[in-house]
Write a protein that binds this ligand. Structure first.
Ligand code: NAD
Length: 492
């Protein structure tokens, strides 16, 4: 029997035991070691969190923005001081390499930095004399109690896409981390406590589906941010909207990259491999289909096969590891079954990463990079999200055919083009029906001061996470039209 403790929730500035007796195990996906037990909180815990947030809101919203962001400056400093410990925690619970985990933390910190600009970003605007003697002013006010529901693949960064902006804008937030990776957030809570942030401004409620449903149905929660798979994103969006809540729901992806014959194949292969196999392919911006045009087919195939074969798979905490495990045994089985489906559908296994065994880590959920060649449009995996280290190769005759392939998919998270032609790049940028575009790069992750876009089945809503969209999402605009007739005023 393991002595691992059950994680608390964080409500009203206190660590509180969930009222639910149900829990899940959190295990290191590389070693199988028990890390924690995560409570599967129900409506009662969500209600307590919502009440604590509601109680804190009137005072927090009246705290001047310039004062509110002082807690975030402090948080940035603490995140930097604790970066290595937090990165270790990300690797332990999520499986990615330590270097990838550090990168994730860095991207999270950038969001804290941008949110520190709220005193300026949150300004409204005004017009004097919209009619004779009448002025009009737009002011932004916080929405109230908001919630963010996040996935397993970025335990630290994705909560930081939301929390800093929500709080800086004067809202109080409930975070519902993925039940598969709740440990890093528990550590983040300790840092938040050290900033001295008033109690009730940030809550963490652990759990899974029932917790999310309680959030969606709670009348005090006015806005919901969600990141996860498309099926759940769509359902969360519909349920939140039916209740009149604001919602921004980021879903799954199937990201294509197009390789033109004039691209530098060595560089393109290296970048494409990092995109497809980095974080074991468990990134919503991972390349999963490479569409080569004309003679790029052979040269790209040779390069990517070579790189995929050499990638060092192992425990993310060990030096030199280039790819860690996938999150669970179920994920591994699902990915292996999809590889088989792709082969049965006519694909050719150029590199088959199934059945990977890593010495010393027999309990780990490892796969090696996989490359499937000759994937056609009617192959059942050509449009399906695999969310593992699998790259499908597709051959197209022209750039027009390649762009048509990109636009025929149900997802629209990211697409990239590799070329030396500015005209081709411009055409692609203009015509591709996706939210995030990369030119000669493999992971087009927007900086924190740009919206993290996403179209079609990759996003439900209108305002995205990060940057100015986040400020729009977390504030409501109030318009004041005012007249102060001279004749009504005392003479001074
Ligand atoms: P998931 O949909 O299983 O879970 C996401 C969150 O929803 C978790 O907090 C989970 O507890 C909750 N949840 C799960 N099932 C639910 C249900 N039936 N009802 C209500 N809530 C539920 O996703 P995941 O496996 O944690 O993450 C991987 C997915 O996230 C992939 O599809 C990936 O593409 C996507 N993702 C998208 C982005 C993006 O920016 N678009 C970023 C990261 C991950």
């Amino acid at each position: 029997m393991s002595k691992v403790e059950i994680l608390p929730n964080f409500i009203g500035g206190q660590r509180r035991k969930s009222t639910s007796p149900d829990f899940d195990w959190v295990r290191n996906p590389a070693t199988g070691q028990d890390l924690a037990k995560v409570p599967l909180s129900g409506p009662e815990d969500v209600d307590k969190a919502a009440q604590a947030a509601q109680k804190a809101f009137p005072r927090w919203r009246r705290t001047p923005p310039g004062e509110r962001v002082q807690y975030l400056y402090k948080l940035k400093q603490l995140l930097e001081e604790e970066l290595d410990n937090l990165a270790r925690s990300v690797t332990e619970e999520c499986g990615k390499t330590l270097e990838e985990a550090r990168g994730e933390l860095q991207r999270g910190i950038e969001n804290v930095e941008v949110a520190c600009g709220i005193p300026t970003l949150m300004q409204g605007y005004n017009s004097e004399d919209i009619a004779r003697g009448i002025d009009e002013i737009m002011i932004r006010q916080p929405v109230g109690v908001v919630a963010a529901i996040t996935p397993f693949n970025f335990p630290a960064m994705i909560p930081l896409w939301f929390m800093p902006y929500a709080v800086a804008c004067g809202n109080c937030i409930i975070l519902k981390p993925s039940e598969r990776v709740p440990v890093t957030i528990a550590r983040l809570v300790r840092l938040i406590e050290r900033t001295g942030l008033p109690e009730g401004v940030v809550q963490v409620v652990n759990g899974s589906r029932e917790t999310v449903e309680a959030i969606l149905d709670h009348p005090a929660i006015k806005a919901v941010s969600f990141v996860g798979s498309t099926t759940v994103a769509r359902a969360v969006y519909a349920r939140a909207a039916a209740d009149g809540k604001r919602a921004q729901c980021q879903g799954g992806a199937k990201n294509p990259i197009i390789v033109l014959p004039d691209a530098d194949m060595e560089t393109t292969g290296r970048i494409a491999a990092d995109s497809a196999f980095g974080c074991a392919g468990q990134r919503c911006l991972a390349a999963s289909v490479a569409i080569t045009v004309g003679e790029a087919g052979k040269s790209f195939r040779d390069v990517i096969v070579e790189i995929a074969r050499k990638r060092k798979v192992g425990y993310g905490l060990e030096e030199g590891t280039e790819m860690g495990p996938v999150i669970t045994a179920e994920s591994k089985s699902r990915i292996e079954a999809l590889i088989q489906k792709g082969i049965d559908g006519g694909g050719r296994p150029l590199v088959d990463g199934r059945g990977a065994r890593i010495a010393g880590y027999e309990q780990g959920h490892f796969l090696r990079p996989t490359v499937i060649g000759e994937v056609s449009a009617d192959n059942p995996v050509s449009g399906e999200e695999i969310f593992g280290p699998v790259l499908s190769l597709v051959e197209a005759a022209t750039i027009e055919d390649a762009i048509e392939w990109v636009n025929s998919g149900r997802y629209g998270n990211m697409a990239c083009l590799f070329t030396q032609s500015g005209a081709a790049a411009r055409k692609f940028r203009h015509e591709a029906d996706v939210g995030n575009i990369g030119i000669n790069l493999g992971v087009a992750a927007p900086m924190a001061y740009f919206p993290f876009s996403g179209w079609k089945d990759s996003f439900f809503g209108d305002l995205h996470g990060q940057g100015r969209d986040a400020v729009d999402f977390y504030t409501q605009k109030k318009v004041v039209v005012e007249r102060w007739p001279k004749e009504w005023s005392r003479k001074f």
